[in-house]
Design a protein around this ligand. Structure first.
Ligand code: DC
Length: 237
């Protein structure tokens, strides 16, 4: 059976990772959450005091990039991969609001992107892969067989994110979450290098009013149609 690369891009909190994980499981593919990689670099920068509301020490962060070792390790109990930063499991910490606040400016840095994109392209060699992020269909795998661009209204996305954070026990105010979503949208889509934008050949998927099950079935259908059209064993982008 042919293995393909499925690139899922889109705005933050559109549920990309939930659907990407489900798809990867159904197809027995590897799932890669590239946002986790940008988040881990941001956590590194926070711990080194290189980023705050008023400053970002780009030069020092760029100099220290070689000291950052990122790895995904599969956790069989949770049935998902967790992000390790220099050998430490940082999966929980990278999802906290503080990291979300500073991740967009860190992800704007050209050298950070170059390092992470190279790692992502390596992960895609000869594998069935579902990768989600902002530039997967445009920069990382511009020839991916299936490209999805996920979108939903900022209010719907902030509501989802707000509930997630409350469930995790974080004390948050809805307005702050909405503001963070809107600010990240703005920075992510207007930055100079690899801005978030829809690839010309991507399928736009607005899930403002669509349940998870329907999204999953539709996307699995798209993938299966491509796979069935290319029944030979092997690997295609
Ligand atoms: O998917 P996420 O919200 O966890 O991503 C966190 C941030 O990382 C997001 O605000 C933009 C950045 N990002 C990026 O610039 N490129 C990617 N491929 C993935 C994420």
């Amino acid at each position: 059976m042919t293995k393909i690369i499925i690139a899922i891009d889109g705005y933050s909190s559109t549920g990309k990772s939930t659907i990407a994980k489900q798809l990867a499981k159904a197809l027995s593919y590897v799932y890669v959450d590239t946002g986790a990689m940008y988040r881990a670099v941001t956590l590194f920068a926070l711990r080194k005091h290189l980023v705050s509301d008023s400053h970002l020490d780009q030069e020092i962060l760029i100099d220290l990039l070689d000291e950052i070792e990122l790895r995904f390790k599969y956790n069989p109990e949770l049935e998902l991969s967790e992000m390790f930063l220099n050998g430490e499991n940082v999966e929980k910490e990278i999802r906290q609001m503080q990291v979300s606040q500073y991740v967009s400016p860190v992800a704007e840095i050209k050298e950070v992107r170059a390092k992470l994109v190279a790692m992502q392209q390596k992960m895609g060699k000869e594998k069935g892969l579902v990768m989600d992020g902002r530039d997967i269909g445009t920069v990382v795998f511009p020839d991916a067989a299936l490209k999805i661009f996920m979108t939903a209204s900022p209010e719907k996305r902030a509501t989802r994110r707000y509930k997630e954070l409350l469930d995790k026990g974080e004390e948050v105010v809805f307005e702050a979450v909405l503001e963070n979503v809107q600010k990240r949208d703005y920075i992510d889509s207007t930055r100079e290098f690899s801005p978030l934008k829809q690839a010309e050949d991507a399928i736009v998927f607005d899930n403002s009013d669509m349940g998870l099950e329907e999204q999953f079935e539709r996307l699995l259908n798209f993938a299966n149609r491509i796979i069935e059209k290319n029944p030979k064993d092997g690997y295609m982008l």
